[in-house]
Ligand binder design. Structure first.
Ligand code: MG
Length: 263
């Protein structure tokens, strides 16, 4: 069952989501050559707790950190540590915040210095596929319309969507129903209704869609070692259309359509 949220409950998710968006913006600014993923994690946890939030990922199924930091060929779920980002890297950063019992979740891929044309195109296509999916988050559409919007845009640009990892409903729990694959058929699946809140998160690979899990049992990387990007927002379906809850205080536009976001 997909749990629908009242307008007051959506405001609570938005307050958690604002911390998520601001935390990602802070980490993006920190992504200069030489910074370690452990330093990003420490800064994120401090920031989240200063705002009264709890880092949702920390301890989730035993995950040891507040953020996921996944450089280059790593798709998602990288455990922060000694790795120092270098000029020409891309790195995907994912963060969740629980505030007063409600959760927001978002991610972005950041370029360190100049990562080159292929990386630029990958990041642009991934983020645009997210915005197209967000644009489908309207009452009366189907979940398959959201999934298909990602797949169609990614494949038209010659990249592939990861199939074994999905987006999700979100609210009091980080992972609620439904699962939201990044591929699917339009006009299929549950009907979207006001009050549903989704974390939509295209994970897009330059080469094969296939992925492998690392020795730490967390890090997911592309099977062919080629680059991957990840963008995610928590989005509420309202009578007026999609409302992005994790754009951060600088990027908030209540009731916004899938226009340009902060990143
Ligand atoms: Mg998520």
């Amino acid at each position: 069952m997909i749990k629908r949220k009242s307008p007051a409950q959506i405001e609570k998710i938005a307050r958690a989501g604002r911390i998520v968006g601001d935390c990602l913006a802070m980490m993006k600014a920190m992504c200069l050559p030489g910074v370690s993923t452990a330093e990003l994690d420490q800064a994120a946890e401090k920031f989240i707790r200063e705002q009264g939030g709890i880092p949702t990922f920390k301890g989730y199924r035993g995950f040891p950190a507040s953020i996921c930091a996944s450089p280059n060929e790593m798709v998602v779920h990288g455990i922060p540590g000694d790795y120092r980002v270098a000029e020409g890297d891309i790195i995907s950063l994912d963060v969740g915040v629980t505030l007063k019992g409600w959760v927001g979740d978002a991610a972005l891929t950041v370029e360190v210095g100049d990562a080159g044309q292929l990386a630029h195109r990958l990041m642009e296509v991934t983020e645009t596929s997210l915005m197209r999916a967000i644009g489908k988050c309207r009452p009366g559409n189907r979940l398959g319309d959201v999934s298909h919007a990602v797949e169609e845009h990614v494949e038209a640009n010659g990249f592939s969507v990861v199939r074994t990892l999905v987006g999700h409903g979100i609210g009091r729990e980080m992972h609620e129903e439904p699962q939201i694959p990044n591929y699917g058929n339009p006009g299929t699946g549950p009907e979207l209704k006001e009050g549903m809140v989704f974390a939509i998160e295209p994970m897009v690979n330059v080469g094969t869609h296939k992925v492998v899990v690392g020795d730490d049992h967390w890090a997911v990387s592309t099977a062919d070692g080629m680059l991957s990007a990840h963008f995610e927002h928590t989005v509420a379906i309202t009578a007026n259309g999609p409302r992005v809850l994790t754009a951060g205080s600088a990027g908030e536009k209540p009731g916004m359509d899938a226009g340009p976001l902060l990143w």
